[in-house]
Design a protein around this ligand. Structure first.
Ligand code: ADP
Ligand code: MG
Length: 344
């Protein structure tokens, strides 16, 4: 028997598999390790490349995910990685593996969602691949974009004393998923029950139809705010701030009471007996932008309603900390915060 992959975890596995690959091309500015690869094919406008895979039963449950939404989301999450570099998306390729349970009309639905996202973000579908599958539906999308070299926000560009900012609000998508999963469990036992999601539509929308935050990037550009480091929040704030800190060799203090949480998210978290902060820190799939920038932009940032300043970058030796309202600090690396928050 070999080593279980769970023993290594996703990031150590990627390291182990990829670290011995040689570099041949001077055009590779960044390969593995950021939201997208950065290629200097044209010296005045860099090319961005990113790819994501969605697997039935792992990333989506078709009982409560309309195929049109799934197509839209598959594109949106890829474009979010282009947004996370402060780039502009241009092209996608779409590869699908389909099992026998899917009809032609079902695939039409999937592609109507892909088309809607392509139209909304002015992205061209330029290729892909189609295969049959034994186990269900799989969608892999690659997005190609561009960015001016001086605009690109790498995970590695955070500087000590930077402000840490986040767009929108956090935790809504996770609670949307919890609601859908709860109704799914009820439905399995009593198929006649109709789910009641009234007052929770916002949470479902955040889970089923996330949007990459190009609107926020536009506002930041308009305000003349130069971004340092940036990442999109796919796995949860606590995981993403650790990525920025590791790549930038810095520490961070996040102020718990500054983390933006929507009222419906907070109320629903309480219904699930979960501190709202846990959903916001650890939930994931928000596809909001987490970025750092110089303190000189403080007033401009305060004037943008869709942005919250949630902390600051510190020396690496100070670690990655969550500061609670009373001033106590919890280690945010390795989910050290989780057990503590459950108790409080
Ligand atoms: P994100 O959450 O932004 O999509 P990931 O955490 O999935 O990023 O990936 C981190 C980095 O590892 C990226 O640069 C990605 O391209 C790379 N990567 C992930 N899986 C593989 C793989 N199987 N082989 C090579 N590179 C990979
Ligand atoms: Mg990302």
């Amino acid at each position: 028997m070999g080593t279980p992959i769970s023993e290594l975890g996703e990031f150590k596995l990627i390291d182990r598999l990829t670290s011995s690959f040689p570099k041949y091309h001077a055009e590779t500015i960044v390969g593995i390790g950021d939201d997208a690869a950065v290629l200097k094919i044209n010296p005045t406008e860099y090319t961005l490349v990113t790819t994501d895979i969605l697997v039935e039963g792992i990333h989506f449950n078709l009982v409560y995910t309309p195929l049109k939404h799934l197509g839209y989301k598959a594109v949106a999450v890829n474009l979010s990685d282009i947004a996370a570099m402060n780039g502009t998306p241009k092209y996608i390729t779409v590869s699908i593996a389909i099992s026998a349970k899917f009809s032609v009309e079902a695939m039409d639905q999937l592609y109507s969602g892909i088309l809607a996202a392509c139209k909304k973000y002015e992205v061209e579908l330029i290729g892909g691949d189609t295969s049959s599958s034994m186990t269900g539906l799989m969608i892999s999308i690659t997005a190609i974009g561009k960015a001016l070299p001086e605009d690109i926000a790498y995970r590695s560009s955070a500087r000590v004393n930077d402000l840490i900012c986040v767009s929108g609000n956090l935790g809504a998508s996770y609670l949307g998923l919890q609601l859908l999963e709860r109704e799914y469990r009820l439905f399995k036992n009593e198929p006649d029950i109709q789910p009641d999601f009234s007052t929770k539509e916002y949470l479902l929308e955040r889970q089923l139809k996330p949007e990459p935050r190009f609107d926020v990037l536009k506002e930041l550009r308009k305000a003349g705010i130069k971004l340092h480091a940036m990442i999109d929040i796919s796995d949860g704030l606590s995981s993403e701030i650790n990525h920025i800190c590791q790549k930038s060799n810095v520490g961070a203090k996040i102020y718990a009471h500054k983390i933006p949480i929507d009222a419906t998210t907070a109320i629903t978290a309480e219904e699930f007996n979960m501190p709202p902060e846990t959903a916001a820190l650890h939930g994931g799939e928000d596809y909001e932008l987490l970025f750092t920038t110089s303190t000189e932009h403080l007033n401009k940032l305060l004037a943008i309603p869709s942005i919250s300043i949630i902390g600051r970058i510190t020396e690496a030796s100070e670690g990655v900390k969550l500061v609670l309202q009373g001033g106590n600090e919890i280690d945010l690396s390795n989910k050290g915060w989780d057990a503590f928050l459950q108790k409080s």
